[in-house]
Design a protein around this ligand. Structure first.
Ligand SMILES: [Fe+2]
Ligand SMILES: [Fe+2]
Length: 201
């Protein structure tokens, strides 16, 4: 192993290994991180983000739920309604993920995305209750891609909705939960047919 010749591709492989670890822990999210990363990048391109921003976003989207590794299985895989304590345990995953990723100094911007992917534009998200532009743009994009994928994929004990229904739900939450510009780009993707093709893949 030539550590001197460490490249961005090598970094990406490390990130991939971490996200595979969380997928292995939580089978129903299998492929979730991958799909979220794919959709997030498509949104970022539509919004004209720089290549550097896209790279950070790509890694952040891959790792967004890595903190689920620290959430007990009994809670993570529990069918039916969660108690307040169980919901609080699930919500810890964004801070746990932040604390994992921030150990790698060059991944600090990525750690911020992981931390903030459940923030909402109206300030009612977690863990920090950030509002609007206080939330990094990359995290606002992951929030939309994450919700869309959660709604459209089959999960244990949960019925999924059609892509069209999910898009309507995302649009309904523009300005409150989601950034309106991100929703606009996402909607453009859907209207152009790009989203349906990705979903059926
Ligand atoms: Fe999450
Ligand atoms: Fe997620």
């Amino acid at each position: 192993m030539n550590i001197q010749a460490f490249t961005v591709d090598d970094l990406h492989e490390i990130v991939d290994a971490l996200s595979t670890a969380v997928d292995a822990k939580d089978p129903y999210t299998h492929g979730h991180s991958e799909r979220v990363a794919h959709l997030a990048i498509a949104i970022a391109r539509t919004m004209g983000m720089t290549r550097e921003q896209q790279s950070i976003l790509h890694i952040g989207a891959h790792l967004h739920d890595v903190g689920k590794i620290g959430v007990p299985d009994a809670v993570l895989c529990k069918p039916g309604r969660l108690t307040d304590e169980e919901y609080a345990a699930i919500k810890m995953h964004s801070m746990i993920g932040y604390n994992i990723v921030r150990k790698v100094r060059i991944l600090h911007p990525v750690a911020t995305i992981v931390r903030s992917h459940h923030e909402r534009m109206d300030g009612r998200g977690y863990p920090d209750g950030l509002q609007g532009e206080e939330i990094p743009m990359e995290a606002r994009i992951v929030a939309v891609a994450d919700s869309y994928d959660a709604m459209t994929s089959q999960r244990l004990y949960k019925v999924c909705v059609s892509p069209a229904e999910a898009v309507n739900e995302v649009k309904r939450c523009a300005g409150t939960q989601f950034d309106a510009d991100v929703v606009e780009a996402f909607n453009q993707l859907f209207a152009s047919g790009a989203l349906t093709i990705e979903q059926s893949a």
